[in-house]
Design a protein around this ligand. Structure first.
Ligand code: NAD
Ligand code: MG
Length: 398
């Protein structure tokens, strides 16, 4: 398959990762064929993408948006067929014509399609870290059963993947790895006081210094819950326990992560902070293709700095470690409560610093339950954790 063309489904095509993926794809005409593009309800954006990339299918989450896209594509003479709903997402993720699935839906909503791709043995380019956090065992089991391959898109995990020896990437301990160090920019509040953080607005929280991303992950970066979710993601992807995963604040976002070996060697992957690099890496792996990212100039950057994270001002990091050590349902509960709290913060119904409080309360209440054994059980825990978190919202705002 190495030199043949690949057939792609892009889940979450209208998002930030979706746009970067289509940008790389468009640089390599003939190499990638777009089979399906999906979006939740952004009709305008999906119509434009369909007219440009002419997929076989377009899938929307909302019937009204699907109807609109269908009418507009038909009027434009497009042959793209428009589908709607969860079953359609799973269908285009598992279609026999597709070999590669970019999983770039944000949040728990991406789980069903990611698992469908896993069961169907696809090459999964995994951006949707939340599905791994909420259902790590279930998702990896589906990958093993279906014969699927996971290529990490999260820049840190993609960096670690590149620094691990081929063939030993899912069991890093056996490869002589002592620790994995995930780098973090520190987000927009790296230097903010606790008092400033308590008053932070969604606009401030979404103004990331180095990366341009969707709103949910931008808030997660500001609380550093994103790095917490990434600790859990790394543990599942590379098979290392919590104690062997470290976080290092690196404000320049040039070193995307590091692997420390038993012999004292530390391998790092460097590059400009642009998601097209990990996306191009995963799209072409094991080959290398142009991503459109400017070459890194270390003389222009001048210096690379590293510091320990402040666990006092960023309690979400500690919560994620607690959830990872506790195991069971805890990561799923943490993820669900965080999604509820972040959505409330973005609607100005919750203070920034209460995001951690809501997640903590849900973890304490139901985090010690057993992990869900299948997708349905995971969804039950997710639903209960959301209800629990919503109860906390009223308490925080009262
Ligand atoms: P985004 O908000 O820009 O885009 C999300 C996409 O998912 C959109 O296409 C949207 O239509 C779709 N979507 C949202 N809710 C949905 C639902 N209920 N059902 C179906 N589709 C839905 O998000 P993003 O920044 O592109 O992030 C996508 C994923 O990639 C997240 O899991 C995020 O953590 C991860 N990620 C993003 C970046 C980045 O730089 N943006 C980096 C690393 C990891
Ligand atoms: Mg990341």
């Amino acid at each position: 398959m190495q030199h043949g063309s690949r057939t792609l489904t892009i889940l979450g095509a209208t998002g930030s990762i979706g746009a970067s993926t289509l940008d790389v794809v468009a640089r390599h005409p003939g190499r990638y064929r777009v089979f399906a593009l999906t979006a939740h309800r952004q009709a305008d954006a999906l119509v434009a993408l369909c007219l440009r990339h002419a997929p076989r299918y377009a899938v929307l989450g909302e019937p009204a948006a699907a109807q609109e896209v269908r009418a507009r594509l038909a009027a434009a003479g497009s042959a793209t067929e428009v589908l709607c709903g969860q079953a359609a997402l799973e269908q285009v993720a598992a279609d026999p014509e597709v070999d590669t699935v970019m999983a770039a839906i944000v949040g728990a909503a991406g789980l069903g399609a990611a698992v469908a791709a896993a069961r169907a043995g696809k090459r999964i380019l995994l951006a949707n870290k939340e599905s791994l956090v909420m259902a790590g065992e279930v998702f990896l089991h589906a990958c093993r059963e279906g014969g699927a391959t996971v290529l990490p898109i999260d820049s840190e995990h993609n960096a670690v993947f590149q620094c691990l020896p081929a063939g030993q990437r899912t069991g890093a301990a056996a490869a002589g790895v002592r620790r994995i160090l995930l780098t973090a920019s520190g987000g927009p509040f790296r230097r903010a006081s606790a008092a400033e953080m308590a008053l932070a607005t969604p606009e401030q929280a979404c103004a990331h210094p180095n990366w341009s991303m969707g709103r949910k992950i931008s808030v997660d970066s500001a609380t550093m819950m994103n790095k917490g979710l990434e600790l859990i993601e790394a543990s599942y992807l590379f098979g290392l326990p919590e104690a062997r995963l470290d976080v290092l604040v690196h404000p320049q976002s040039i070193v995307h992560s590091m692997v420390e070996y038993e012999d004292g060697s530390m391998l790092a992957q460097l590059g400009n902070p642009d998601m097209r690099t990990p996306i191009a890496h995963a799209l072409a792996h094991p080959e290398r293709i142009d991503s459109g990212v400017a070459p890194l100039s270390l003389t222009a950057i001048g210096r690379l700095e590293f510091e320990a994270p402040d666990l006092q001002r960023f309690p979400c990091l500690g919560l994620a470690r607690q959830a990872l050590r506790g195991g069971g349902a805890a990561p799923c509960v943490l993820n669900a409560a965080n999604e509820v709290a972040v959505a409330a913060f973005l609607e100005r119904a919750l203070r920034f610093t209460d995001i951690a409080r809501v997640a903590d309360a849900a973890l304490q209440a139901i985090g010690s339950r057993a992990a869900g054994a299948d997708v349905d059980e995971v969804r039950d825990i997710d639903r209960e954790a959301r209800a629990c978190a919503r109860g906390q919202l009223t308490r925080c705002t009262a």
